[in-house]
Write a new protein. Structure first.
Length: 306
C-alpha cells in the first residue's frame, strides 16, 4: 500500500491538487484524523510494507448513520474526491460513498486475491514470495529428516495463496476452502509419495480449508504414512515485508490510474488489472462479488507432484 500511496499523492500533486491523507481508514475518517500530504511525506516509503497511514476495521461505517457522518467529514474538510485502498470491505465502503454522491475510486489490496474485477490485488505477489521462501526453507529440513510438512497459509475464504504456493513449491497435497478433500485422500497421497521414493512431502493448506492443519498432522502421524509430519503456520508474516518488484509496479500503476480516473470525472469505479491494462471497473460490479481462484491449477499441481 505504501508505493500506491506515493503514486496517488505525487500524481495528484503533479496535477496541482492538494492532497490529504486519512489515517486508519474509515475509522479515521469518522474521527477527522486527516493530515496534509506533500511529496516529502511519501518519500522513502516505496520499499516499506504496510501503510504509513495505518488501517482499521470500522463497524460504525457499516451503518447508514456512520456513512452519512463520514460524508459530512469529507465535505467539511473541503475534500472533493477520495481514493480508497483496501479489500472487499473497503470496496463496499467506497461504493457506499459513491452512492451518497461523493466522487470515489477504489484500489484493490488484499493478499487473498479475491477481489472481483482485477487479476491481481496489491500485496498478493509479496505474500506469495514470502510463502515460497518459507516453503523452500522448510523443504530443506523436511528432506534432511525425511518428513512431511504441512504449511498453513492465510486465506479464510480464499484458497488463492495456498493453490499458487502449491504449484510453485511443488506440493504433494493442496488444501483449500474451495475443494473438499477427505483425510483418507490426503493420507494416501502422502503414503504414495513415500512409496515412490520421495525424501519429503509438502502439504500447503489455506487457513480456511475444511480440514484443520493440526488435525491433519495428528491423523497422518497416527496412520503412519511413512513420513513423520510437522506443521508450520505462517500467519501474519505473510502480510508484511518489503513489496516485490511486481507489487511496486502494480501499486504505482494503480495509484496513478486512480487519480486519472477521478480527474476524468468518473466516480464509483475500482482500478483493476485486466490483461496488461489498468481499467476502471464499476464498483457496483465489484461490491458483493468475489474473484474465484482458478481450480485448473489444482489439477496441474496434482499431475506435477509425481
Ligand atoms: O488479508 C486477508 C486475510 O489475510 C485473510 O486471509 C485472513 O483470514 C484475515 O486476513 C486475517 O485477518 P486478521 O488480521 O483479522 O486476523
Amino acid at each position: 500500500m505504501n508505493p500506491c500511496l506515493r503514486a496517488v499523492v505525487r500524481t495528484a500533486l503533479a496535477h496541482r491538487l492538494e492532497v490529504m491523507g486519512i489515517r486508519q481508514g474509515f475509522e479515521g475518517l469518522l474521527r477527522s484524523d486527516i493530515i496534509p500530504l506533500g511529496a516529502r511525506e511519501v518519500g522513502g516509503i516505496l520499499q516499506r510494507g504496510g501503510t504509513f497511514l495505518h488501517t482499521g476495521r470500522c463497524a460504525e461505517f457499516l451503518e447508514e448513520k456512520g456513512r452519512h457522518a463520514a460524508l459530512q467529514t469529507l465535505e467539511a474538510s473541503g475534500i472533493e474526491g477520495l481514493v480508497v485502498i483496501g479489500g472487499d470491505g473497503s470496496m463496499r465502503g467506497a461504493y457506499a460513498l459513491h452512492r451518497l454522491g461523493f466522487p470515489t475510486v477504489g484500489i484493490p489490496a488484499s493478499i487473498d486475491n479475491d477481489i472481483w474485477g482485477t487479476n491481481m490485488s496489491l500485496g498478493v505477489d509479496t505474500a506469495l514470495n514470502t510463502i515460497m521462501e518459507a516453503v523452500d526453507k522448510l523443504r530443506d529440513t523436511a528432506s534432511s529428516h525425511q518428513r512431511a510438512f504441512l504449511i498453513e497459509t492465510m486465506g479464510r475464504r480464499s484458497g488463492y495463496l495456498a493453490l499458487m504456493a502449491g504449484v510453485i513449491c511443488g506440493a504433494e497435497v493442496i488444501l483449500i476452502p474451495e475443494k473438499e478433500v477427505r483425510l483418507e485422500e490426503i493420507a494416501s497421497a502422502i503414503e504414495d509419495a513415500y512409496g515412490r521414493g520421495k525424501t519429503h512431502a509438502i502439504i500447503v493448506a489455506a487457513e480456511g480449508a475444511s480440514v484443520k492443519a493440526a488435525h491433519v498432522s495428528e491423523q497422518l502421524n497416527a496412520l503412519k504414512v511413512g513420513f513423520d509430519t510437522r506443521v508450520t503456520i505462517l500467519g501474519h508474516v505473510q502480510r508484511g515485508g518489503s513489496p516485490t518488484a511486481f507489487d511496486r509496479m502494480l501499486a504505482t500503476r494503480m495509484g496513478v490510474k486512480a487519480v486519472e480516473v477521478l480527474l476524468s470525472g468518473t466516480s464509483g469505479a475500482m482500478v483493476g488489472l485486466s490483461g496488461r491494462e489498468m481499467v476502471p471497473i464499476p464498483l457496483e460490479e465489484v461490491a458483493g462479488r468475489s474473484r474465484q481462484a482458478n481450480l485448473d491449477y489444482y489439477e496441474m499441481a496434482r499431475v506435477l507432484a509425481r
